[in-house]
Structures are given as structure tokens and as C-alpha cells.
Design a protein around this ligand. Structure first.
Ligand SMILES: [Zn+2]
Ligand SMILES: [Zn+2]
Length: 347
């Protein structure tokens, strides 16, 4: 039997979000019922609520940066009990059988992961995300939030944190490595914190020097404006790894020229239009142009444990649910330092 819970939803593409109720399934054998305490606002929430990627399922309850407390567990649940502090990120299920699911790379499931919202679950029912008071999730797609992390500052780690941690880990950012983060927003600010904690030398490449002071405080060693053409001359051949968090089209050739031999330029943001590239930019210097998408469940847990150990929460602005629409406008204007988090008590 389903239960209706309070939520904020976009009733149709481009319509402002408003308070409503949505059904949550009964707690199944392997499910946990989570009382949501905080939900982060990710840029992709706005894309989907405004149907920028097409084929949105409405009404839509966005939110895939969820932090809360378990209030009930199914009979077969072994990993959680009532009272546990937990998080849910960008997906709530996957096929569990393909080679990627078996390796803990559920985000690359060959049958497609089940998104936390704007998706149909394995029974064909729409999923509703974290802008809500409660959610029911399979324990295998739920992670533990260590006590050392405040729940509000932990929420954005479930998307922004893992999106940066996974490529930093995969491409081995650490001592002796020179890492650049392009863009200092919700994603980029976590990239700076995590890369610094991993021991890498960290540079922010931002359009302007407007947030330079913040960037250095967050852990960057250097900060350059990409609007200054001298930046590209000065930094040629500098980096082992560049992670681009921006969705504006970049001059990829110019950024690839900043890499050392064997360096990688990894995109976690993407422009909507295809890019064109002269392949000599990667042939000379055996360079890699790559992408990366969030992280698997085990790696998300590893990221949360790492962030707890190093005291890395997100920089947040806590808002009430009735400020979501205004917050969306501010995200689109890059006017947030660095993640809006909704206090679920106000939903
Ligand atoms: Zn996200
Ligand atoms: Zn799979």
C-alpha cells in the first residue's frame, strides 16, 4: 500500500514548483523508509524541471542529493536500523546483474540506472526525488552518512561530491600531481576541496577572478582567469589532470594544450551542442579527452568516509521550500555560494 507524502513538484515543464503530495511505496523486504532532513539543489534539477533534456515525467519532484534518517526498515534489511543517518544520490536501482553492476559501477549499468526522480522504476512507476518529507529506497542503494558530517553539508556530496571524487580517484589525483578544476560552482568547489585533501596541487580556472579569495580558502594553490589569454600561454603543459565542471562550450584545444604528456581532460559538465576538435590536440602528448558520471554505491560510501575523515562538507545556503523557485533563478545566474540546500522541515 502506498502512502502520500508532502513534496514540492513541478506540475508541468517550466511551471514553478509548488507544494503537493506524491505516493511512496510500502516498505518492502529490502527497503528503508527515510525521513528526509535536507535536499540539495543540483543544476540538473533545473534542467529537468524545465525539460531542457526532453521527455520529462510530470509532475516532477526533483532532488538527488538527499540526507536524512532511517525511520523504518523492511524485514530483510541487514545494513541499516531506525535512527541511522543516511544518504541517497542520483539513482535508486539498477539491473544488479550486468558486468558494471557487479563491479560496483552501477551508474554505468547496461540496462540503465533508475534515476532517483524523473524515471520509471522496475515496476514502471514514476520515481520522485528528494524535495519531499520521506522516501523509500532499497538498502543497497542507500549510503551511510558518518557522524562527523553535518547532514545539511553532507547532502550535496551525494551528487556534487561524488561527481568530482570519482574522476579525481580514477585519474589518481594525489601528492605530486598537478590538478586543475574548471569552474568554481557547486561541483567545482567540491573538486577543489577533495583534490586538496587528496594531496594534489590544485589550480582553479575560472572565467574571472571574482571568487579567487573563496577558491584559495577552499584549498586551491593557484587561481587564474580564463578570460585572460595570457593564462593559456603561462600554463601550457602544466597539468596532469583537468576536470571541467562547466556546461558552456569550451575551446577544448586550448585546454588540452594545458596538459602534460599523458594528461587527461575529464568532463563532468557538458555543452548541449556537439564539439569539434582538431585531434592533433590529443595525438601530440598522448592525451586523453574523457568524461565521468557520478560514482557507484561503494565509491559513494568511500567518498563520504573520506569527506568525514577530512572534514569536507559542502559550502551551503540553507533555504525553505517556498524559496526553491527563487533559488533556481539564482543558480541560473551563478549567484550561489556554493549549493542551495532545502530544509525538508519546511516542505
Ligand atoms: Zn546532480
Ligand atoms: Zn546493471
Amino acid at each position: 500500500m502506498t502512502t502520500n507524502v508532502s513534496a514540492y513538484a513541478a506540475p508541468a515543464a517550466n511551471a514553478p514548483l509548488e507544494r503537493t503530495t506524491v505516493p511512496r511505496r510500502a516498505v518492502g523486504e529490502h527497503d528503508v523508509l527515510i525521513e528526509i532532513k535536507f535536499a540539495g539543489i543540483c543544476h540538473s534539477d533545473i534542467h529537468q524541471a524545465r525539460d531542457g533534456w526532453g521527455e520529462g515525467i510530470f509532475p516532477m519532484v526533483p532532488g538527488h542529493e538527499i540526507a536524512g534518517v532511517v525511520t523504518e526498515v523492511g524485514a530483510g534489511v541487514t545494513r541499516f536500523t531506525a535512527g541511522d543517518r543516511v544518504g541517497v544520490g542520483c539513482f535508486v536501482d539498477s539491473c544488479r546483474e550486468c558486468e558494471y553492476c557487479r563491479q560496483g559501477l552501477e551508474q554505468y549499468c547496461t540496462q540503465g540506472m533508475t534515476g532517483t526522480y524523473n524515471a520509471l522504476d522496475r515496476n514502471g512507476e514514476p520515481t520522485y526525488g528528494g524535495y519531499s518529507t520521506h522516501i523509500v529506497v532499497d538498502e543497497n542503494y542507500t549510503v551511510r552518512i558518518p557522524d562527523a558530517l553535518a547532514l545539511d553539508e553532507a547532502a550535496p556530496l551525494l551528487c556534487a561530491g561524488i561527481t568530482l571524487y570519482s574522476p579525481l580517484s580514477h585519474w589518481k589525483a594525489g601528492p605530486g600531481k598537478n590538478v586543475a578544476v574548471v569552474g568554481l560552482g557547486g561541483l567545482g568547489h567540491m573538486g577543489v576541496k577533495i583534490a586538496h585533501a587528496l594531496g594534489a596541487e590544485v589550480t582553479v580556472l575560472s572565467q574571472s577572478l571574482r571568487k579567487q579569495e573563496d577558491g584559495l580558502k577552499l584549498g586551491a594553490d593557484h587561481y587564474y582567469a580564463t578570460s585572460d589569454p595570457k593564462t593559456f600561454e603561462k600554463l601550457a603543459g602544466t597539468f596532469d589532470l583537468i576536470i571541467s565542471t562547466v556546461s558552456a562550450p569550451l575551446d577544448f584545444g586550448a585546454y588540452l594544450a594545458l596538459l602534460k604528456t599523458d594528461g587527461a581532460l575529464v568532463n563532468v559538465g557538458a555543452p548541449e551542442e556537439p564539439i569539434s576538435l582538431n585531434l592533433f590536440s590529443v595525438i601530440g602528448g598522448r592525451k586523453t579527452l574523457a568524461g565521468s558520471m557520478i560514482g557507484g554505491i561503494a565509491e559513494t560510501q568511500e567518498m563520504l568516509d573520506f569527506c568525514a575523515e577530512h572534514g569536507l562538507g559542502a559550502e551551503i545556503e540553507l533555504i525553505r521550500a517556498d524559496q526553491i523557485n527563487e533559488a533556481y533563478e539564482r543558480v541560473l545566474a551563478s549567484d550561489v555560494r556554493y549549493r542551495f540546500v532545502i530544509d525538508a522541515a519546511s516542505i
